[in-house]
Design a binder for this molecule. Structure first.
Ligand code: FPP
Length: 239
C-alpha cells in the first residue's frame, strides 16, 4: 500500500465532508454516531494536511441549509462542534494550526460564538496551517454579502472601480487563496453551495468513500490524483 505523498501538492484543499448519515445507516447506528466518527476523520485529515506542509485546509461542516434538519440532529451537531473545539485546541496549539471560520457566525448561540472567538484568538499566531471550518455557510450568501459591502464602498467613495479585487476584499476570508483542490466524499457530483466564487479554477475530486471512512490513505490517493491533473486555467499547453 502506498504511504508516501505525491511530489506536487495543492496549496489549499477544500473538502465537502458528506456521508455521515449513510455511514451510520450502514452500521445500523443513529445518524449522530456518523457525525461523531466524522470528527475522527476531521482530526486525521487535519493532522495529515499539517504533516504534509499544505498551508490551507477548509472543511464544510455546516451549511446554511443544514439548520432545517431535524431539531435533535441540529442540537447534537452544535454539541459536537463545542466538544470538537474544546478537545482539539491542544492539538491545534501543538501543531501550529490557526483556526478560522467562514459563514454566518451570528447564527450560533452566544456561548458557541464565545468559543469560536476564544479558539481563534488563542491560535491566531500559529503559522503551520490555516484550518477554516465553514459554519452556517452559503456560497450564494457570501457573494451577495460581498456585493452589498462593495456597493457601500462605492456609495461612500472608497471604491471607484468594481472589479474582482474589490469584490474579493469582502469575502469572509479574503487573504486565503482560492482552493486548488476540492474533495467531496460519498459520491455526489455537486457543489452544494460551497465556495462558489472561489472554485472557479479548482480541480474537483469525488470519491465514493463516506466521510467517516475517509482517512489518511484515501486522502493521499486523492492528492496523488491531483498531482496528475493538468491545470491550464483556460489556457492551452501545446499548440
Ligand atoms: C454530511 O453528512 C455531514 C454534515 C452535514 C456535517 C459534517 C460534520 C462533521 C464531520 C462532524 C462535525 C464537524 C466538526 C468540525 C465539529 P450527512 O449527514 O449529510 O450524511 P448523509 O448525506 O449520508 O445523510
Amino acid at each position: 500500500m502506498r504511504k508516501t505523498a505525491p511530489d506536487r501538492l495543492p496549496t489549499h484543499v477544500a473538502i465537502i465532508m458528506d456521508g455521515n448519515g449513510r455511514w451510520a445507516k450502514q452500521q445500523k447506528l443513529r445518524r449522530v454516531e456518523g457525525h461523531k466518527v466524522g470528527i475522527d476523520s476531521v482530526r486525521e485529515i487535519t493532522e495529515t494536511t499539517c504533516d504534509l506542509g499544505i498551508p490551507y485546509l477548509t472543511l464544510y461542516a455546516f451549511s446554511k441549509e443544514n439548520w432545517s434538519r431535524p431539531k435533535e440532529e441540529v442540537r447534537m451537531l452544535m454539541f459536537l462542534l463545542g466538544l470538537y473545539l474544546e478537545q482539539e485546541l491542544p492539538m491545534m496549539m501543538d501543531r501550529g494550526i490557526r483556526f478560522n471560520i467562514i459563514g454566518e457566525r451570528g447564527d450560533f448561540s452566544k456561548s458557541l460564538q464565545a468559543q469560536f472567538d476564544d479558539v481563534m484568538r488563542k491560535t491566531a499566531r500559529n503559522r503551520n496551517l490555516v484550518l477554516t471550518i465553514a459554519l452556517s455557510y452559503s456560497g450564494r450568501k457570501e457573494i451577495i454579502r460581498s456585493v452589498r459591502l462593495l456597493c457601500e464602498d462605492v456609495i461612500n467613495g472608497r471604491v471607484r472601480r468594481i472589479d474582482e479585487r474589490a469584490f474579493r476584499r469582502h469575502l469572509y476570508s479574503p487573504a486565503i487563496p482560492d482552493p486548488d483542490f476540492l474533495i467531496r466524499t460519498s459520491g455526489e457530483m455537486r457543489l452544494s453551495n460551497f465556495l462558489l466564487w472561489q472554485v472557479a479554477y479548482t480541480e474537483i475530486y469525488v470519491t465514493d468513500i463516506l466521510w467517516p471512512d475517509f482517512r489518511k490513505q484515501a486522502f493521499l490517493d486523492a492528492l496523488a490524483e491531483f498531482a496528475k491533473r493538468d491545470r491550464r486555467f483556460g489556457n492551452v499547453k501545446d499548440f
